[in-house]
Design a protein around this ligand. Structure first.
Ligand SMILES: [Zn+2]
Length: 88
């Protein structure tokens, strides 16, 4: 499976200043957070995150969506606000 080839597929939005889109070769500032879960690898409450710019949100979310992995799509601002207390 190619799922983990994307450069941003490691641990989510971890550069506080200017996170960039997770799409291959894209250096655009991230605007969206795609929260996903692979039930074969992760417990149900676990959330992996990819970042996306406006241009790649559709592409990345459909990539996850067709596999049934996509759980949520929120703006980066909303994600950081909501997740500051979660996930360790
Ligand atoms: Zn992009």
């Amino acid at each position: 499976m190619d799922l983990f080839d994307l450069p941003g597929a490691s641990s989510g939005p971890d550069s506080p200043d200017s996170p960039v889109c997770s799409a291959k070769g894209c250096r655009a500032p991230a605007v969206w957070v795609l929260a996903w879960n692979n039930p074969k690898l992760h417990t149900p409450e676990r959330r992996k995150t990819w970042l996306a710019c406006d241009e790649h949100r559709e592409h990345l979310s459909s990539f996850l969506g067709v596999r049934g992995f996509l759980k949520d799509v929120v703006t980066l601002a909303a994600w950081e606000r909501d997740s500051s207390a979660a996930d360790g």
